[in-house]
Design a protein around this ligand. Sequence first.
Ligand SMILES: C[S@@+](CC[C@H](N)C(=O)[O-])C[C@H]1O[C@@H](n2cnc3c(N)ncnc32)[C@H](O)[C@@H]1O
Length: 269
Amino acid sequence: MISRILRRLVTSCPPAGRELGLLREHEDIARRHARVHAAWAPHLAESRRVVLETAQRCPHYRRALVIGAGDCLDVPVAELADLFAEVVLADIVTSAEVRRWERKLPGRVRGANWDASGALATLAAVRATVGGHEAPEIFARAEPGPPPGGEPDFIVSANCISQLGLVPGHALPAYDKDKSLPERCAKAAAKRHLAWLERQPGVRLLLADVARYDISPEGKQLKKETLHERFGLPKPDHTWRWDLAPIPEWSSDFHRVHDVGAWVLETER
Ligand SMILES: C[S@@+](CC[C@H](N)C(=O)[O-])C[C@H]1O[C@@H](n2cnc3c(N)ncnc32)[C@H](O)[C@@H]1O
């Protein structure tokens, strides 16, 4: 309890992010990781490995930008800081962990409170009255602006694309009568994020969910849903498994497992 209060004191999130549920979601992820960290470890290690492998493709090492840095569980911060002159850890929530890295590597690691969707302030201002048609439109039209911290040579979008519209969509009063609203917000925000990422220079790495499975205690596949195609993403360059919620974390009847993918976008040298 005390550690939770201390964490909250050094965590910063703009009012729009708080109102739209993103601070609460950040804290929920930290609590889930504390409960099932052993199950997550192989996925986090593979994410960090793929980030470092992809960084080797960069022709310059001035600045790396991580979007959706969160608690940097899937981000090899020290190794990136060895490679790049500066590492910018961007998220709508700047966590206690990011503050710790700033103190540990001053001048080389920097946190940035940044809204990657570009929509949160607009959406929060109309949260109480916004309709089910208008909210996805706000995400579709939003302009996130230039990358925070200056032009990067390497951008990692770190497992945040599916959250950009989904979490705010659940925080809208309109959701009470329109249960598919979060999914429509998620699609609009993800497409906007991809279009933004494609416009940026340098090497860009997208880490995102590919598929979701429910697996019985005996290991039988009960259900599979493909996730990346709803955002218009092609097949990823590389995939691996994430034991997201072993029994009884999500359900007492099944394990929730994800396939995670990596997509590399590179401009010609
Ligand atoms: C599943 S977590 C990613 C985990 C994180 N990479 C880590 O290692 O701890 C998704 C992250 O996306 C962030 N996020 C959600 N919406 C955002 C937005 N509009 N702008 C920036 N970050 C956002 C969340 O705060 C969260 O930290």
